[in-house]
Design a protein around this ligand. Structure first.
Ligand code: ZN
Length: 277
């Protein structure tokens, strides 16, 4: 929903600037809108936009930027996190899993080398960290933050052309996600890494498919009418079947409880770091 609304803004002519400039502009506007949520001495910190905050918010639809853009949705999905309240950033709206991804990238000093990166459907909080790289910002159609149209099932990029591919909340929208994963594998250079974030029910043993369901049924079943499936705990094995060497990163195993709270993460969350051998 965020991206749809921003896409409409793009259609109104903001697109004369390159995506890096648009990301900077939109983030500046978001910071201004959410200035009441930001505290220099805030106990929490967003790894995406860098804001210091008193607290994260359970429903990003209530954040000022979301209200202005008319994003009425809620980020509450009873199937995620065992029904625990979500923790979105009130400034950049990035959800906890994407902010955990940015923590993980910082941990391995992703910035240290300039890389060729493909980011699929990135929001401004994520993309600001990719601006210094040789980054292609892509989406199914060109949007406010994506200059390149890319159907990930048949991606318009050469074999072994990226050091990293980042897909945060992308695969669940694609009917044939196996085709998309094979494309991600194909586009990566040897030892290249795909960073994958998907909506996942941690109590679910296997991926629950529903690309044949009506939108209303998918909304009921997956918590989002546009999602084709909800991922289960076998996702790691699915990725292994594509050929990746997979590391499952979990906040609880990597960070003390105080740091998980400060960064607004979900302790049992999953982030998939997939290396092409
Ligand atoms: Zn933020």
């Amino acid at each position: 929903l965020i991206r749809l609304s921003l896409a409409r803004a793009a259609a109104r002519g903001v697109r004369v600037l390159p995506w890096r400039a648009r990301v900077r502009l939109v983030l500046a506007a978001m910071r201004l809108l959410a200035r009441r949520s930001v505290r220099a001495d805030g106990a929490c910190e967003c790894t995406a936009c860098g804001a210091r905050l008193d607290a994260f918010v359970p429903d990003y639809g209530q954040a000022p930027a979301a209200r202005l853009l008319g994003i009425a949705g809620t980020s509450v999905n009873p199937r995620l996190y065992g029904g625990a309240a979500r923790k979105s950033c009130p400034v950049c709206l990035e959800p906890e899993r994407t902010r955990f991804l940015l923590w993980a990238l910082a941990r391995e000093d992703f910035r240290a080398a300039r890389r060729r990166v493909l980011v699929c459907s990135g929001g401004p909080g994520l993309l600001r960290h990719m601006a210094a790289h040789d980054t292609v910002s892509a989406n199914l159609r060109r949007t406010l933050f994506a200059d390149t149209a890319c159907d990930l099932r048949q991606a318009p990029f050469a074999d072994a052309s990226f050091d990293a591919v980042i897909c945060a909340y992308v695969l669940s929208y694609i009917d044939d996600d196996a085709a998309a994963l094979r494309e991600v594998f194909r586009m990566l250079r040897p030892r290249g890494v795909a960073w994958l974030v998907v909506p996942q029910d941690l109590s679910l043993a296997t991926v629950e498919e529903g690309s044949d369901l009506a939108a209303a049924e998918r909304a009921e079943k997956f918590g989002n009418a546009c999602h084709m499936r909800l991922y289960g705990m076998d996702f790691s094995a699915v990725l292994g079947g594509i050929g990746f060497s997979v590391s499952e990163l979990v906040p609880r195993a990597l960070l003390p409880a105080g740091e998980i709270a400060r960064l607004g993460l979900q302790p049992e969350d999953r982030l998939y770091r997939c290396t092409k051998p």
